[in-house]
Design a protein around this ligand. Sequence first.
Ligand code: 13P
Ligand code: SF4
Length: 321
Amino acid sequence: MIVPTDSLSQEILDLKRARRAVILAHNYQVREIQEIADYVGDSLGLSQQAAATSAEVIVFCGVHFMAETAKILNPNKVVVLPDKDAGCSLEESCPADRLAALQATRPDFYTIAYINCSAAVKALSDVICTSGNAVQMALAAPPDRELLFVPDENLGQWVMEQTGRPMTLWRGNCYVHVEWTHAAITRIRREHPDAPLVAHPECTKAVRMLADEVCSTEKMVRYCKTSPAPALIIATEAGMLHRLRRECPGKTFIPAPTDHCACNECRFMKMNTLEKLRNCLRDLSPQVTLPDDVMARARQPILRMLSGAGAPAVSTPAEGQ
Ligand code: 13P
Ligand code: SF4
């Protein structure tokens, strides 16, 4: 966290202390939010932080499914988010009733759900994964079961390439990451022949095949820190550039261009502002609320992921709070 110099940020810190709150922010959040957050990271790191926090209120600066995950792990805590409409195109692509209908036709499916999905979809799944551990979760899945991967077909395809394990893929995608094309990336690589390309696994195969490293946003920080290259091309949402510039001073980060638009910003992630962050802390609203039975069913596959394996989870950290 950076010590704030403006009055709005100071007000947020005062409210945070008064509420005994923790501010968690995703790597795609705007600079001002990243700078005031207690923790900035990827979906995996944020879930781990949410599972471990002793704060009474969790302020989740990311998108709705991330705040829902924090609530599922902390059913007795208040979880607020700056803008309740901050959704995700992947979550939208996989309605729970359609998933349930598919599962009914294939009862043998072992369902691996990318964390970018609703609580209702998590409740229908065997294990959750993030881009940081999807390969590990697929490798840990029971060998005698057929795998269904929802909802990101690009991440799923990449996991199949890494593991050699076939999976049935749900046809969803991230509307931001599919904007990068083979042609646009080839052009920027020609302009910067010495700059490694780092791409998120939500990119299409045509882009991933040009990348030196394909990884989650948190692993991008580690890769860029250890790479000897002075300049790197980054194919993921624009907020990541702020995090990378902060963590790797002196290096140059080149945003990967798309073909015809400046569309490397996620409109959902960018709904959050410092003003809305202040308001949600002040008003304790909007809050995440979910039916108890959905939370109970969704918690098991999340805990299975957090335990690091596909094995059934045995205890719930949130119980007894
Ligand atoms: P990470 O888990 O890699 O941060 O990705 C989350 C996301 O929404 C990517 O679009
Ligand atoms: Fe969803 Fe894509 Fe935005 Fe990530 S960048 S939150 S996957 S729409």
